[in-house]
Design a protein around this ligand. Structure first.
Ligand code: ADP
Ligand code: MG
Length: 350
């Protein structure tokens, strides 16, 4: 609103000034390119420091968060002093960027005000000269000074939120870069089309036979992890993968769940390459217990229900029974309604 109103006011006053006395109008308007130049100069720098402030701020919050989550480890290894040092360094960085940003914003507004005053002063000087030498009307000079003031009013108002706008842009860039990130692993065009048209991916809703067919894999960085790996899994079969740390066992699970896709070869489910099926179908049909279990803040019951929101209470208790957890849960004062705390920190994870 301010911007539209401001531009219209500036355009209107310029037209009136030019029509009335174009020489005097040019004297007033000659600072406009300068004003433009100053704004471009400051915009670049304020935006740059705003980006640094946002970036350092997220590093600082991450460090703060890690400090709290990893407090036991830090204490055991007597790392308090080092952690504090790291935090201090980040806080110093944050302060220096913030001050830079604040100084730039603080210099910009007075500079704009000065330029506007210079323009008004120029119109007085030039107009006064014309009054003295060419007998220009004093009233006309006063009118011009009034118009010049009117012309710079929106400029001043806009420059007041100019710096804030740069900070908002820096923040928006960070948020949007996350919101607009496209996942590497997503349904193929064909599958997405079938899902849109029929609501299904066009294959039977069964998962019996799993086959790794000459699967090769490497993460985006680093060496080849799997090379020509083949495995055929029949229904009901129990398989244990045993090997050294870093051998690629978890990677196999990542591939099966399609958190990553093979860089060579294929994974087939009942003879159909899993890239030809929907991610939703695949992941709904797999149950995995991760290396690092995560409990969400809420009750024990809600955490067990996490994968099947409409599960009845008996189903939850059956599941707990199967996992050998029912007895200890039943002994808790609030049973399945016991709050586990954020990250499950009020509960034995085991
Ligand atoms: N996200 C990742 N990006 C890059 N390399 C990874 C990633 N995850 C694991 N790795 C590397 O892949 C190799 C196999 O890891 P992993 O499958 O976790 O081994 P295991 O579970 O058998 O101990 C390791 O060398 C590990 O450093
Ligand atoms: Mg592992």
């Amino acid at each position: 609103m301010d911007f539209i109103w401001g531009t219209m006011l500036m355009a209107g006053t310029s037209v009136v000034m030019i029509v009335y006395n174009w020489r005097l109008a040019l004297v007033v308007l000659c600072v406009v390119p300068l004003l433009f130049g100053v704004s471009v100069f400051f915009r670049k720098r304020i935006l740059r420091t705003s980006r640094l402030v946002r970036k350092t701020n997220s590093k600082l919050t991450a460090s703060y968060n890690e400090g709290i989550v990893g407090v036991r480890t830090s204490k055991v290894f007597v790392r308090e002093a080092e952690n504090l040092g790291d935090f201090d360094r980040l806080a110093d960085e944050m302060r220096s960027h913030s001050i830079q940003n604040a100084v730039l914003s603080a210099v910009y507004l007075p500079l704009v005000l000065t330029l506007a005053s210079v323009a008004i002063a120029l119109s007085l000087a030039w107009g006064g000269h014309q009054v003295a030498v060419y007998g220009l009307w004093v009233g006309e000079v006063v009118m011009f000074m009034y118009y010049a003031q009117l012309f710079f009013q929106p400029v001043q108002e806009m420059s007041a939120w100019f710096a804030e706008l740069q900070m908002a842009q820096a923040s928006a860039e960070r948020v949007l870069s996350l919101v607009e990130a496209v996942p590497d692993v997503r349904d193929t065009e064909d599958v997405a089309k079938r899902l849109r048209e029929t609501g299904e991916d066009g294959h039977p809703d069964r998962m019996d036979h799993i086959e790794f067919e000459k699967v090769g894999f490497r993460y985006r960085t680093g060496p080849t992890i799997l090379d020509g790996f083949s495995l055929s899994v029949d229904p009901g079969q129990i398989i244990a993968l045993v090997g050294a740390t870093g051998g690629g066992k978890s990677t196999l699970v990542n591939l099966l769940c399609r958190f990553y896709e093979p860089t060579e070869g294929r994974i087939l489910i009942d003879g159909i390459a899993y890239r030809d099926r929907s991610l939703l179908w695949l992941q709904s049909n797999l149950g995995i217990v991760l290396q690092q279990p995560h409990l969400f803040s809420g009750t024990i019951g809600e955490n067990i229900r996490y994968g099947k929101l409409d599960a009845a209470q008996e189903e939850i208790e059956d599941a707990a029974e199967l996992a050998g957890a029912h007895d200890f849960i039943a002994e808790l004062e609030n049973g399945y309604d016991t709050f586990v705390g954020e990250g499950g920190n009020q509960l034995s994870l085991g």
